[in-house]
Ligand binder design. Sequence first.
Ligand SMILES: Cc1cc2nc3c(=O)[nH]c(=O)nc-3n(C[C@H](O)[C@H](O)[C@H](O)COP(=O)(O)OP(=O)(O)OC[C@H]3O[C@@H](n4cnc5c(N)ncnc54)[C@H](O)[C@@H]3O)c2cc1C
Length: 283
Amino acid sequence: MFDTIIIGTGPAGISAALTLKQLNKNFLWIGSKNLSYKINSAEKIRNYPGLSNISGNEMKNIFLKQINDMGIEILDGQVTGVYDLSTHLAVLCNNEQYEAKTIILAMGVEAIKPISGEVELLGQGVSYCATCDGFLYKNKDITVVSSSKGFEHEAKYLASLANKVNYIGLYKDINMDLDNVNIIKGMPQKIEKEDKKMKLTFKDQVIESDGIFMLKEAISPSVLVPGLETKDGHILVDREMKTNINGVFAAGDSTGRPYQYAKAVGEGNVAAHSVVNYLNNLK
Ligand SMILES: Cc1cc2nc3c(=O)[nH]c(=O)nc-3n(C[C@H](O)[C@H](O)[C@H](O)COP(=O)(O)OP(=O)(O)OC[C@H]3O[C@@H](n4cnc5c(N)ncnc54)[C@H](O)[C@@H]3O)c2cc1C
């Protein structure tokens, strides 16, 4: 069992991982090996101490070098559930279950709010995870709503299984040129289920399929972690970054504004120290 599992590879997760490594803790770090798209996308960063006027991409490379130099590994994956087993905690990722004494939630903030029916029909025709649920839709018709280009490889994987894919990319430069992929433009408004068919409604049309994949960087923390207390989409924490669930800590944009690198890094550091105190008290 791990001492802790860190979820998210943005500045908050990076800071927590560096601190825990320095403190010799046995942790698993789950997220994207390419770190956070938010680090990458900043044109110029002017308010981060010590790094003057650098681009997000330069900052990403500095972070990556530091992570590699410290010998820290990232498990590339999307966590689909965190469960309180009362004696410890379990995390589901890439169809595997990982167990830990503590968890640090550093998943950033959900940029795209759930549409009507999305959360209600999760697991009943709506999925957040291509690799976990793709096989359920072999030779079937599916709809994929993707928040960024980074998910195209997952959508292509789904297209390799499915009969037909309706693809809604909520970003520019869509590159999904496959025979069985039908690109649809527009903003989805609601999801409904009728006679085992999933309906995705737009302003001017309704698309029917067997399943709907909502691929996005971050999902609602309260959906990911049942029982977690949130307010306006942010995780409620105290000054030690403790949540209402024993052993679960949170840091970064996920805990609220301001959405800033320095705040995320500071909170990741506090969360890591609080994890160590918590582990010491378990002994
Ligand atoms: C264009 C742009 C410019 C910006 N410029 C600045 C600036 O100049 N100065 C400044 O201070 N701030 C700036 N910011 C804000 C800054 O990027 C964020 O505040 C910061 O990245 C937050 O860090 P975080 O670690 O909390 O979350 P994020 O950076 O969002 O990282 C969260 C990570 O968790 C991953 N994740 C989410 N859910 C899961 C899951 N279920 N399983 C596994 N991984 C998951 C995400 O994919 C992501 O990699 C900018 C943001 C943008 C978008």
